[in-house]
Design a protein around this ligand. Structure first.
Ligand SMILES: C[S@@+](CC[C@H](N)C(=O)[O-])C[C@H]1O[C@@H](n2cnc3c(N)ncnc32)[C@H](O)[C@@H]1O
Length: 263
């Protein structure tokens, strides 16, 4: 993970290279920015998700969290945390949750894969954008997954399947049963090699309308290297760096082009 100073420097570099809407010459990206990314939509379900977040933030119940993403790197990959702390540390922010919601609503992905469920807040943003989408969400921690299931019930989310286990064991099987991956949200193991490995696996079921969203692309040098490799992949055309999120498109009619946009 980069130090605060390192991240701040990265953010200034990002501000220098990022474009305003007036200098974007791609109609696809311009429309995406003005009609999806920058709009301030108001939906009741978004308020319901934020109500749930508030409840979770007040919950002092302690559970044992197993983070397979840090297994082998840290002795405390299993540790006790309160639900409140897990929500504060790991859940997607309201701003980026809403962006997930708006992107999913706009692109109408029939099948969504999410790597990293935690307590299920990002899953809720994806699944409640349209109850006809099917969301397959994966996580390796049985205890957080049990709370996520309760959260899905409280929000009446019937279009979600939660698969518990190490991505290294579960992802391949999940993907093998799918016709296509229309949207993939990568928010699990934020390290270079696993990120590239999960990208390659999801790539096997990509179509030209698929969207891949990577969280924390500037979080560490490894994540930045993974992001650069993904951008350079021959099947990838348009990429958008929003600093927190990296968006990847596979649109065949589009020339390869990389954008950095302020969000
Ligand atoms: C940042 S949290 C996900 C947060 C969630 N997307 C949200 O916004 O509410 C990352 C999750 O990935 C899971 N994870 C990390 N590495 C994993 C692995 N190799 N296999 C399965 N789960 C993993 C952790 O258990 C953790 O719950």
């Amino acid at each position: 993970m980069l130090s605060t100073l390192g991240l701040t420097k990265r953010y200034f570099d990002f501000l220098l290279r990022s474009k305003s809407r007036y200098s974007i010459h791609s109609p696809f990206v311009y429309e995406l920015l003005t009609r999806v990314i920058s709009i301030n939509s108001q939906y009741q379900v978004v308020q319901d998700i934020e109500k749930l977040r508030k409840k979770l933030l007040k919950n002092s119940t302690m559970i044992e969290v197993t983070d397979l993403g840090t297994k082998g790197l840290s002795n405390d990959y299993k540790r006790k945390r309160t639900i409140s702390e897990i929500t504060r540390r790991y859940a997607i922010s309201p701003k980026y949750g809403k962006l997930l919601f708006q992107l999913a609503k706009h692109f109408k992905p029939k099948t969504i894969i999410e790597l990293g469920t935690s307590l299920g807040l990002s899953t809720a943003y994806l699944a409640l954008s349209d109850k006809d989408y099917k969301v397959l969400t994966l996580d390796g921690c049985p205890q957080t997954a049990a709370i996520a299931k309760q959260n899905f019930e409280s929000l009446e989310m019937k279009n979600v399947e939660l698969i518990v286990g190490d991505f290294d064991k579960t992802l391949e099987e999940v993907i093998s049963k799918l016709i296509s991956v229309d949207l993939a949200f990568f928010d699990g193991n934020h390290a270079k090699e696993p990120t590239l490995n999960y990208f390659e696996q999801c790539l096997s079921k990509v179509n030209e309308h698929s969207l891949f969203i990577f969280d924390d692309i500037h979080w560490s040098i490894g994540m930045e290297e993974a992001w650069e490799e993904i951008k350079g992949h021959s099947e990838v055309t348009v990429t958008i760096d929003l600093f927190q999120f990296g968006l990847i498109f596979f649109r065949k009619e589009q020339a390869k082009q990389h954008f950095s946009l302020r969000y």
